[in-house]
Design a protein around this ligand. Structure first.
Ligand code: ADP
Length: 496
């Protein structure tokens, strides 16, 4: 399908709107559909098959059969790797189309989807393709003190965990699908993926590309639907071996409860954040733009957004005023308008949530140096906002807002800032801006978070493990690290 930027929703009449189960496009068993809206206008973009428990059952059955009997588990690692590599290639071939779908469905600027989301998704598959031939066990020399004189041969096997349920969010729909599918395919697992109800389009298109690349039927099944129905059914399913979830900490806890109440399936969780971004008085001036990017990238809809800006006293006014100036200069508009720098929030619920936080900040006495409310009167746009005069107990300081809202606070010393930065139930990311690299590394060690960026922010790579301390999650995605979360280890011992 070729598309150009000026084409509208009708262009996408050809995109898949059904669910992908056992290699077939199928309607929901209930026959129901749901709307995915265009967040720039609030109008309907497409009606999509609405999966629920029965569809999840069908998909899990297909994934189980593909895992037990299908060609995927019997394929050589090298053949599997070649197919996974091809998925990355196909994403690049269809980059413009995927970026437009993402922009329409999620609201993010087309240029951002094309420049970041799409190539990162392709790179993830290319990276994971290389691992397919490198997943090995070990031989282990054992002692067994209570069997003196006996000789053994012991080794470990690293085996795919089985049928994996994957539940993903709406902030990076294609990229989150890639982060999830890549390691599952590399390790030889089979998958039932549930995209977020707000943004199902690119995951469905990706299912087509996965099949085109040569992944056999039943290995990847995509069931769009709501969290409380399709998502919950996946989390509860007794024949799912693992759930990999990215989303809110609140829903993460529901998934833990569902696993506990059923089959104790393995879980990896990538949850919320309230990440500190720390600017020392000796930071380069680029820290100001860096701090703005840390919070405003993807409209603040990043689990790792630098939403708590800490600036050392002597430069507080300069840095915070600078970030506020950048906030005021950001051009908001539809994601497909090439001059747009920030699009709408993803949904009316998200719009209500973020503006609700802004209202609570105002009532609690915070000052908006920039922004502070809705932008325009159509779609779900919120002004990039910088809040000062906050106190640590305010909701805007404590809770994840998931929108373009940063709270700025002062700090005085290295000793003090580590405690301030760690004063949150989350532990996903952190930024440190200073010319003093020893100081930066000393602080990086003290911060309880899965990612620390020094003199940069939002730098992601398929080879870097990503995940959270504390209530930001369990396990890691990407890098070699993720493979441990998709494999079981079996120890085999022979008496010689
Ligand atoms: P947000 O609040 O930002 O939309 P969520 O954590 O609610 O984030 O959503 C992330 C993903 O979790 C989505 O795919 C959503 O459908 C799914 N989800 C929501 N509620 C549940 C639930 N009770 N069980 C399983 N999945 C859910």
């Amino acid at each position: 399908m070729t598309v150009t930027l000026d084409q509208n929703v009708e262009t996408f009449i050809g995109i898949p709107r059904k669910m992908f189960i056992n290699g077939q496009w199928t309607d929901a068993a209930s026959g129901k559909t749901f709307e995915t809206p265009n967040p720039a206008t609030g109008e309907t973009l497409a009606n999509i098959a609405e999966g629920d428990a029965e569809d999840i059952n069908r998909a899990v059955k297909a994934a189980r059969a593909a895992f037990q009997d299908g060609p995927w588990s019997r394929m050589t690692p090298s053949d599997r790797g070649r197919i996974i590599w091809r998925i990355g290639d196909l994403i690049l071939v269809h980059a413009a189309e995927l970026a437009q779908l993402e922009s329409l469905d999620n609201g993010k600027p087309y240029a951002v989807a094309l420049g970041a989301d799409v190539p990162l998704a392709a790179d993830l598959f290319h990276y994971m393709a290389g691992w397919a031939t490198k997943i090995n066990g070990q031989t282990i020399d054992i002692s067994v003190p209570y069997m003196p004189g006996a000789n053994f041969h012991s080794y470990t096997l690293r085996e795919p965990i089985g049928v994996v349920g994957q539940i993903i969010p709406w902030n990076f729909p294609l990229l989150m699908a890639a982060w999830k599918l890549g390691p599952a395919l590399t390790t030889g697992c089979t998958v039932v993926l549930k995209p977020a109800e707000q943004t199902p389009l690119t995951a469905l298109r990706l299912a087509e590309l996965v099949a085109e690349a040569g992944v056999p039927a039943g290995v990847v099944n995509v069931v769009p639907g709501y969290g409380e129905t399709a998502g919950a059914a996946l989390a509860m399913h007794p024949d799912v071996d693992k759930v990999a979830f990215t989303g809110s900490t609140e829903v993460g806890k529901l998934i833990v409860a569902a696993a506990g109440a059923t089959n104790l399936k393995k879980l990896t969780l990538e949850l919320g954040g309230k990440s500190p971004n720390i600017v020392f008085d000796d930071a380069e001036d680029g820290a100001i733009e860096g701090a703005a990017n840390a919070i405003f990238f993807n409209h603040g809809q990043c689990c790792v957004a630098g939403s708590r800006l800490f600036v050392q006293e002597s430069r507080f006014d300069e840095v915070v005023d600078g970030v506020a100036e950048i906030a005021k200069s950001i051009k908001l508009g539809s994601g497909l308008d090439p001059t747009t720098q920030m699009g709408p929030l993803v949904s009316s619920e998200q719009f209500d949530r973020v503006t609700g936080f802004l209202e609570s900040g105002r009532i609690d006495g915070a000052t908006a140096l920039a922004g502070g409310g809705r932008f325009g009167d159509r779609g779900y746009f919120v002004e990039p906002t910088v809040l000062t005069n906050t106190r640590p107990d305010m909701k805007v300081v404590q809770e994840e807002i998931f929108g373009p809202v940063v709270v700025a606070e002062k700090f005085s010393s290295l000793d003090e800032i580590a405690a301030q930065a760690n004063d949150t139930s989350y532990g996903l990311g952190a930024g440190i801006w200073t010319r003093d690299i020893s100081k930066a590394h000393a602080l990086a060690k003290k911060i309880r978070a899965g990612t620390v960026w020094i003199n940069c922010y939002n730098v992601f790579d398929a080879s870097l493990p990503f995940g959270g301390y504390k209530q930001s999650g369990w396990g890691r995605e990407m890098g070699g690290e993720v493979l441990n979360n998709y494999t079981e280890v079996k120890a085999v011992t022979t008496l010689l």
